[in-house]
Design a protein around this ligand. Structure first.
Ligand code: NAD
Length: 355
């Protein structure tokens, strides 16, 4: 009999609507929250979709702020706050990927506004009470109940045109949440179940989407997996993998999903040496040692495999290793600066991990 260790499970708190065409329920969800005026948030290249949504909301719309940017720069949040206040909004609707949802969180935690999140990538931010913000070239992360969106509308149809390269990178980004939740210091059996199911769903869906990006069933499976990955991230603490991604994204401006995709086999391979039993769900779905199998899986999907491809130099790796060991996150395998520098070198060159 396997032993059950003591744990704390805080529950899943957001209201989740999942399906095809569910964006049409946005107005009803705003009203259900008792709110009257929503500022629609999006990135510049999703501005038209943001305008369309605002038009559909009619009197419930307080306008559109279309300047969401990756890694939630505080200067963008400050501009958005001025628009939020001037528009008389009492809630936000964040329609987009993690960048847009991050902006919604940044507004909500400063104003008390409710959030309706409508994710269009697999980043998973919508299910977490985590906000990463960038200021002065450094990304800091915090957790707080005021950050978690109240309502999440998953509309599979919005993901059907997500470009294949972003589909793959974002899917691997999601899988990173599930993989790290498996060995989190505060892991619990419910989150581990969600994480295992999430990995299964994405391991099936991503190859199907590479073959046919408009595969309706595979899009639904990928978004379902992404939801569970987000819930895993929201229900457990992050470790070395997320710390390294935050370091590279926050201090070197590397694209979020691609950074996750490249580092994942290396960080998981590094930790597999310490906790192979906790990473068994990864081995099971990918049929191999966690790091090596993740590397093969990512390669088979055509994902980027070398940090070199993100315009990082070896001097950047020296600096990144230094930043990553300052205020480190808890990790199941202890590490020092040399170990991280070696891991980054392997990821820079795209060497296949053994573990
Ligand atoms: P993103 O939101 O920046 O989106 C990437 C690009 O893809 C953008 O230009 C966007 O407009 C476009 N895009 C989004 N959905 C699309 C679609 N369906 N079709 C076509 N184009 C689309 O990228 P991301 O990877 O989703 O999010 C990254 C950000 O999210 C980072 O800032 C990261 O820190 C944050 N994040 C936070 C958490 C958390 O829990 N706090 C979790 C995951 C990610």
């Amino acid at each position: 009999m396997s032993s059950v260790e003591p744990f704390v499970f805080a529950g899943l708190r957001a209201r989740v609507i999942f399906g095809h065409g569910t964006i049409s329920q946005t107005a009803a969800e705003i009203e259900k929250l008792g709110r009257k005026r929503a500022l629609v948030l999006c990135t510049p290249n999703q501005a038209k979709a943001g305008e369309r949504l605002a038009a559909e909301l009619g009197a419930l719309s307080a306008g559109v702020f279309a300047e969401a940017a990756m890694h939630t720069p505080v200067e963008v949040t400050e501009r958005a706050l001025r628009v939020f206040e001037a528009s008389g909004a009492d809630c936000v609707v964040s329609r987009g990927g993690g960048s847009t949802i991050g902006l919604g969180k940044a507004i909500a935690t400063r104003t008390g506004a409710d959030q309706v999140a409508i994710p269009t990538t697999y980043a998973g931010s919508e299910m977490t009470d985590v906000l990463g913000e960038t200021f002065g070239g450094e990304k800091t992360t915090r957790r707080d109940a005021s950050i978690l969106p109240e309502t999440v509308i998953y509309d599979v149809d919005l993901t059907r045109r997500l470009p294949v390269a972003l589909t793959v990178a974002s899917g691997l980004n999601a899988m990173a949440h599930a993989a790290e939740a498996l060995y989190a210091r505060d892991r619990n059996p419910v989150i581990s179940l969600l994480a295992s199911e999430a990995l299964r769903a994405l391991c099936e869906a991503l190859p199907a989407l590479v073959s046919n990006p408009d595969d309706r069933e595979a899009r639904a499976a990928a978004l379902y997996g992404a939801w569970l990955c987000g819930a895993s991230l929201g229900g457990a603490s992050m470790a070395l993998h997320h710390k390294l991604c935050h370091t590279l994204g926050g201090s070197f401006g590397t694209p979020h999903a691609h950074t996750h995709a490249i580092l994942l086999p290396h960080t998981i391979g590094f930790n597999a040496a310490a906790v192979p039993e906790l990473l068994a769900p990864v081995s099971r779905v990918l049929n191999g040692a966690p790091g090596g199998a993740l590397f093969d899986f990512a390669s088979s999907l055509g994902a980027p495999t070398r940090l070199k491809e993100l315009d990082l130099s070896e001097a950047d790796l020296d600096r990144a290793a230094g930043i990553a060991v300052t205020k480190p996150y808890w990790n199941p395998r202890p590490f020092d600066r040399d170990a991280i520098r070696a891991l980054l070198q392997d990821a820079w060159e795209g060497r296949r991990p053994q573990q």
